[in-house]
Design a protein around this ligand. Sequence first.
Ligand code: URA
Length: 212
Amino acid sequence: MNADNLTLVRHPLIQHKLTILRNRETSTAQFRQVFREIAFVLGCEATRDLALGEVEIETPLERGNFPYLEGKKLCFISILRAGNGFLDGLLDLVPSARVGHVGIERDEATLQPRTYYFKTPDKLGEREVILLDPMLATGGTAIEAASALKKAGARRMKFMCLVAAPEGVAAFTEAHPDIPIIAAALDRQLNEKGYIVPGLGDAGDRIYGTKG
Ligand code: URA
């Protein structure tokens, strides 16, 4: 595994909030709220190298040049459905960002991941793309989504998740060595059903309350 591609964000607030998300006793309402909060803090890390220009403004005391983000080039791409859990928090952080959605499913004939939905903002090549899926498990879905985005013109991309498995990091890094991975935790392994352990369960079910 090329560990250089993986940034683990060890901020205490992130680690605390991730423990709440892992806890099976956490309600759907609290899960959504805490996901929103953790997305905001992880988003700060994912955007730390955004290009800054300068703008001339007047404070109440004097005129001067001050740092200002260049353009509105950020684009969040959610991998359906669990990637949507990141959007509220990230849009709290960058309200002007553009948003796209990618749906990936397993082709029952080939057993390979296949893109069934793809809607992204124009001019992907000019944007900083942050691809979102809370769980990097086998990596198959994220690899397919990143490939589809590259085909559509994306050039600068990061992948953001809550929890990564070593297997997923290795597979994703091999397929897309140019895409940094930002995660709150690197867990032990995948189990025989493809779940990350200790993990937090099925992220989609936890966000939407579709089980239990
Ligand atoms: N997807 C999930 O939602 N959870 C896992 O543990 C693995 C994949």
